[in-house]
Design a protein around this ligand. Structure first.
Ligand SMILES: Nc1ncnc2c1ncn2[C@@H]1O[C@H](COP(=O)(O)OP(=O)(O)O)[C@@H](O)[C@H]1O
Ligand SMILES: [Mg+2]
Length: 491
């Protein structure tokens, strides 16, 4: 056994994040930790990498008990945490980032270090230019730098916490190859991911956590994706969206000849026209960066338009829009505010939250408690800061606020990105409930299968234009795939 955990527990105040966690990993194996948002995965990794101390329990490395008192101690023991790209210093080169913090600058021979790093990267097949500035590198390559950084520190146990969440498909493939090579060279790897297919393809063994406890440890050969999903959420899950056909209503909203500027002055949205009906989900499929973001922002009124018209039909009296933005942490939430405060961000000046210019804490608290129950926001209380919630629970806060007061139009941009199957299913079914009560929904996602499953009609966006609007019942995934890739399905 390379690593063995024995009954590790960790609480934050009264909240038990890890409870009696035991499992072990053989040397040279890839072990997955799987679990819903908030299951306690990151907490456990922070314990193994010395950031947190467990309240109880023991850790063994090569059958010897160890005390991992700090991240430095973890490094000395050969444990390396591969952080996401934002831990690198963008203005420094690859080589500088890799040696940062361990080499004394006064006797530093940078050229020699660059050669060492180049040799190391070749040995592991991690292609990289040691002299390149990190800020100029794509995310996938920055991640390689993080991996090299821990290998340079002679880590034997590598921990990757949701490393694929930020990567493109090609980058994921290349990461998977790298991890296989590292394991073949004798390194032990702990891999955290929400993507069940990745876990089955890449990993030898898997431990599933649910609400802080181990529910199963299995070899990946003996389980199916469906079984893993059920272990994670603890009930039968529908990976498919259960959607009834919609009886669409009248046209309530229209967009005509819309043109929106992009960040580099080139129009990001060009000549887009469409209508939306009540009780209808119009899905927008497209490869990331084809104008979806700008379209969503323009419709939600947070980006100005160059040309065209965006309007509700006049009989639609309230003309209310609920916006679920792509980046919930930057645009959707104020992370240092509590759940209760985030829930009234748009309404804090109104009754019943504010009376005679004074905030009304009981009304705010009550509102939060009702919303937390309705949207299944899991936290110890409404005064918990949103920063401390898992991604799935953060997204539920956004939904609870944006769907309050029954908006006529809902713009949802990548609403399930980075969420586990349980939270994803909850968001999907909630949006379907909104559709069925009469909302028109614009559903934007780069995951084609998700768009197909959720939509009544599908528009394909390519280089800023709608190249087709299709009936979701009859269109094939191949057809949409071609439209997304080339803007046409002909020859
Ligand atoms: N420093 C902390 N203080 C209070 N609660 C925390 C802290 N870190 C994590 N938690 C809580 O512990 C639970 C598990 O979180 P985490 O380990 O990040 O889950 P996962 O990585 O599986 O999504 C969550 O409910 C989270 O809110
Ligand atoms: Mg986590």
């Amino acid at each position: 056994m390379y690593l063995r955990l024995e009954k590790i527990s960790k609480r934050f105040n009264s909240f038990v994040a890890n409870e009696n966690i035991s499992f072990s990993v053989d040397a040279g194996k890839i072990h997955a930790i799987l679990g819903e948002n908030g299951a306690g995965k990151t907490t456990l990794m922070n314990i193994i990498s010395g950031l947190y101390q467990p309240d109880t329990g023991k850790i063994y490395l090569e059958d010897k008990p160890v005390k991992i008192t700090s991240p430095n101690e973890a490094i000395k023991l050969g444990i390396g945490m591969v952080y996401q790209h934002f831990m690198l210093v963008p203005q420094l080169t690859v080589a500088e980032n890799i040696i940062l913090g361990i080499e004394n600058s006064w006797r530093l021979n940078l050229r020699q270090k660059q050669q060492e790093i180049a040799a190391l990267s070749q040995a592991y097949g991690l292609e990289i230019d040691p002299a390149a500035k990190v800020e100029n590198l794509p995310v996938g390559i920055q991640q390689r730098v993080e991996i090299l950084k821990v290998l340079y520190r002679q880590a034997k146990l590598l921990i990757l916490d949701e490393p694929t969440a930020v990567l493109t498909l090609t980058e994921i493939e290349s990461l998977i190859n790298i991890l296989r090579q590292l394991a073949a060279a004798g390194n032990t790897i702990i891999f955290i991911s929400h993507k069940l297919e990745e876990v089955i393809n890449l990993c030898d063994t898997v431990t599933v956590l649910r609400r802080g406890k181990v529910v199963a440890t299995k070899t990946t050969k003996e389980v199916t994706i469906q079984q893993l999903a059920e272990l994670m959420v603890g009930q039968e899950v529908a990976l498919q969206v259960n959607k009834s056909a919609s009886i669409t209503g009248e046209v309530i909203f229209s967009v005509q000849n819309l043109q929106v500027a992009g960040d580099r002055g080139i129009p990001a949205v060009r000549n887009v026209s469409f209508e939306l009906r009540a009780r209808e989900i119009l899905g927008i499929a497209g490869v990331d960066g084809n104008g979806q973001r700008e379209l969503a922002d323009a419709i939600a009124g947070v980006r100005s338009i160059i040309n065209g018209k965006i309007e509700f039909k006049s009989f639609c009296i309230r003309q209310r829009i609920g916006y679920i933005p792509e980046d919930r942490q930057k645009m959707g939430l104020v992370l240092q505010f509590s759940i209760a405060q985030n829930l009234i961000l748009k309404a804090f000046k109104n009754l019943p939250f504010c009376r005679h210019f004074l905030l009304q804490p009981p009304a705010i608290k009550n509102h939060a408690q009702v919303a937390m129950a309705e949207f299944d926001i899991r936290a110890t209380g409404e005064d918990i800061k949103v920063r401390q919630l898992s991604g799935g629970n953060q997204q539920k806060v956004v939904l609870a606020r944006e769907l309050a007061g029954e908006p006529d139009l809902i713009v949802a941009m990548q609403p399930t990105r980075g969420l586990d199957v349980g939270a994803t299913a909850a968001i999907h079914s909630r949006l379907l409930v909104e559709r069925d009560r009469g909302a028109a929904i614009l559903y934007i996602s780069t995951e084609l299968e998700e768009v197909m499953a959720m939509s009544d009609r599908i528009a394909v966006m390519y280089r800023g234009e709608f190249v087709a609007i299709l009936d979701a019942q009859t269109v094939t995934i191949e057809e949409i795939g071609l439209l997304m890739a080339r803007g046409t399905c002909r020859g």
